[in-house]
Design a protein around this ligand. Structure first.
Ligand code: ATP
Ligand code: MG
Length: 295
């Protein structure tokens, strides 16, 4: 019988965290051969899109990769969490979409993480859905801006986009610009409700505006290992989407919800917390899925 058999649940969770921290310190996060453009999307509100986009971006950048985070949600929650300026009038995603300003001119470096730059969103973006109605090729504005950025800057590894909770014109721009979609799903009753309409919308976009788009990740968030419900949600996603399911679920963690009020990601706010460890493991898993030979 091993000594671990006698560990209390708390002791075994602490030793698991220590083992994960050691593993993460030693791990190499492979660079992709070409830039990965990934959007975090779900039309359901409050499922963890922003928390996931921000902390995956931070996890990749903290491991040495070159990451751009584009906030395309007028709420600007990702910009807040990154600690970048985003008061009304700050050059932002709005000017990129509406005035054709290059993304490189609005990027701000995250104060805590070298290698992580942010295209912020301000409240100005809340008018964009309506204003875009009259704009030609309005679905392609973000794609063009990203193409321009990638011709100017050859060192980018990941472009991560945080979407608003709707399937409007802003999310559509993200779906046209991206190749990869990661869908955060909250481990709750009705978790998968709404997923089929999201998948249908993505399928329609693949058939019309962007044949390269695919759902490459499903991430279970706010997971509580003590409840059967959380385990059932994980099991159900695994049954239907075994390839897409990211193996590490994100636990419920107060540190994750506190970090944005300190204008930080949890990766810098509390790097040894369970939430930070989980997002660093997810970032590692993503980097391994897309990693090519070392640059
Ligand atoms: P919206 O649809 O409004 O854009 P969202 O899908 O981006 O929301 P988040 O803002 O990431 O969702 O999360 C919603 C709320 O839940 C936030 O207050 C966030 O801090 C909190 N939260 C997210 N993930 C967790 C977690 N794993 N544990 C605890 N709180 C969390
Ligand atoms: Mg959000």
């Amino acid at each position: 019988m091993s000594a671990n058999t006698h560990e209390t649940p708390l002791a075994s969770s602490i030793s698991r965290n220590l083992a994960d921290l050691k593993m993460l310190e030693k791990a190499t996060f492979p660079r992709p051969d070409s830039p990965v453009i990934m959007t975090f999307a779900n039309q359901k509100g409050g499922v963890g899109k922003t928390t996931s986009a921000v902390n995956v971006a931070a996890g990749l950048a903290a491991a040495g990769l070159n990451v751009i985070l584009i906030d395309i949600d007028p709420q600007g929650n990702a910009s807040t969490a990154m600690g970048v300026e985003h008061h009304a009038g700050t050059p932002s995603t709005y000017e990129v979409l509406m005035d054709g300003l290059p993304i490189s001119e609005v990027l701000q470096t995250c104060p805590d993480i070298e290698g992580l730059r942010v295209c912020p969103a301000t409240l100005d973006l809340s008018g964009a859905e309506v204003e875009l109605v009259d704009v030609n090729n309005r679905e392609y504005l973000l794609e063009r801006a990203i193409e321009q950025l990638l011709t100017e800057d050859k060192n980018i590894d990941y472009i991560i986009i945080d979407c608003p909770p709707s399937l409007g014109m802003l999310t559509l721009n993200a779906f046209v610009a991206a190749r990869e979609v990661t869908i955060p799903i909250q481990a709750e009753y009705y978790a998968l409700e709404g997923l089929s309409s999201l998948l249908r919308a993505i399928e329609r976009i693949r058939n019309s505006l962007n044949p390269n788009l695919k759902v490459s990740g499903i991430l279970v968030t706010m997971f509580d290992s003590r409840t059967n419900l959380s385990r059932e949600v994980m099991g159900e996603v695994n049954t239907h989407f075994p390839k897409q399911l990211l193996k590490t679920p994100i636990p419920r963690s107060v540190r994750l919800s506190e970090a944005p009020s300190y204008s930080q990601t949890v990766i810098t706010y509390d790097p040894r917390s369970i939430g930070a460890i989980a997002y660093r493991k997810v970032a590692l898993e993503i980097s391994q899925r897309f990693g090519g030979s070392s640059k």
